[in-house]
Design a protein around this ligand. Structure first.
Ligand SMILES: NC(=O)c1ccc[n+]([C@@H]2O[C@H](COP(=O)([O-])OP(=O)(O)OC[C@H]3O[C@@H](n4cnc5c(N)ncnc54)[C@H](OP(=O)(O)O)[C@@H]3O)[C@@H](O)[C@H]2O)c1
Length: 289
């Protein structure tokens, strides 16, 4: 437990402001700092204390949450702060390598360190039914001691003592999402100019992607067993053949296939390597250097 009920929050961008509001509403004594001081003003009415510098904000509470733009801004903001005895929770998005370096950096300055990756957008913060959560990794003692406070804005998922683990989970999910929205962009482009409006098409797209997402478990089972033909219902030979239809349709509709072709090229390589009965799990092998 954080006996003082005190939290310091550095960063009042869209995400930081959403976090601040939930801690204030839950009765925490919140000290905030933001590089552009005016962004703190609306929070004063809700009871936030505003620090004149990041160093002053850090001094105000044992628990220091950092939600800035990127790793470089974290280093800059905390340059003059005394971190001795502080519990630093950095939920700024970064790479696993940056998280590990930041953990060493904070530990060398006398702090305990927990890294985080936020799986939510600001309107989901403080809304339990939204499904928002944050991956955490690093000091398990810190996590356990501040678990209640950390659980106020969003759910918590602790993913191990390696400080880079939260960022890796975060980025893996974001990468899958990026490819999914690539597919969504292509699908809307195909339908553009037809009598089907985007709003009419959207429910079909959501329904299909939701149905297909279940196959992720099948890929996982194949990767773990090492048998990439396990439970395959749509084999690579058939899918590669089908790719020609996808590409030709793009051409007929006057749509660039540039979002599709990199994945298709990997499927073709795996097929050419002699794996017609697999699904797509073998593509993972081709990617891992
Ligand atoms: N918004 C989202 O949907 C979302 C979702 C998940 C995770 N995140 C992550 O949450 C973090 C914050 O995002 P956000 O949406 O709040 O971004 P934002 O609205 O762009 O705010 C950026 C914040 O970083 C501060 N900042 C930037 N450079 C700085 C520097 N050199 N020194 C000190 N402060 C600096 C800004 O201060 P000023 O006000 O002075 O510019 C502001 O407080 C990011 O790491 C982001 O990836 C965001």
């Amino acid at each position: 437990m954080n006996p003082d009920n005190k939290i310091t929050l550095l960063g009042l961008g869209a995400m930081g402001t959403a976090l601040a509001r939930t801690w204030l509403a839950a009765g925490y004594e919140l000290t905030v700092w933001n590089r552009t001081a005016s962004r703190a003003e609306p929070l004063v009415a809700q009871g936030a204390k505003v620090a004149a510098s990041a160093a002053e904000a850090v001094a105000a509470s044992p628990l220091v949450v950092v939600c800035l733009l990127d790793d470089a801004s974290v280093e800059q903001a905390l340059a003059d702060a005394d971190l001795t005895g502080k519990d630093v929770v950095n939920i700024t998005t970064g790479t696993p390598g940056q998280a590990r370096e930041r953990a060493k950096w904070a530990t060398a300055r006398g702090a305990r360190y927990l890294d985080g990756g936020i799986m939510a957008v600001p309107p989901m913060i403080g809304v339990p039914e939204s499904g928002a959560y944050v991956f955490y990794s690093g000091s398990d003692v810190l996590f356990e001691e501040h678990r209640d406070a950390l659980a106020v804005p969003a759910g918590t998922r602790y993913v191990g003592e390696d400080p880079g683990s939260a960022a890796l989970h975060d980025v893996a999910l974001l990468s899958a999402m990026t490819a999914m929205f690539g597919g969504v962009s292509h699908a809307f482009a195909l339908m553009r100019g037809t009598s089907v409006t985007p709003k009419e098409f959207a429910p079909l797209l959501v329904e299909w992607l939701t149905a297909m997402s279940g196959y992720v478990h099948g890929v996982a089972a194949q990767l773990e067993s090492g048998d990439y033909t396990l439970g395959v219902t749509s084999n690579l030979a058939m899918m590669v053949q089908g790719n020609a239809t996808l590409l030709r349709t793009a051409e007929e509709q006057g749509v660039s296939a540039e979002l599709l072709t990199p994945f298709m090229a990997l499927m073709e390589r795996r097929l050419a390597d002699g794996h017609p009965d697999e699904g797509t799990a073998g593509v993972t092998d081709l990617l891992k250097r």
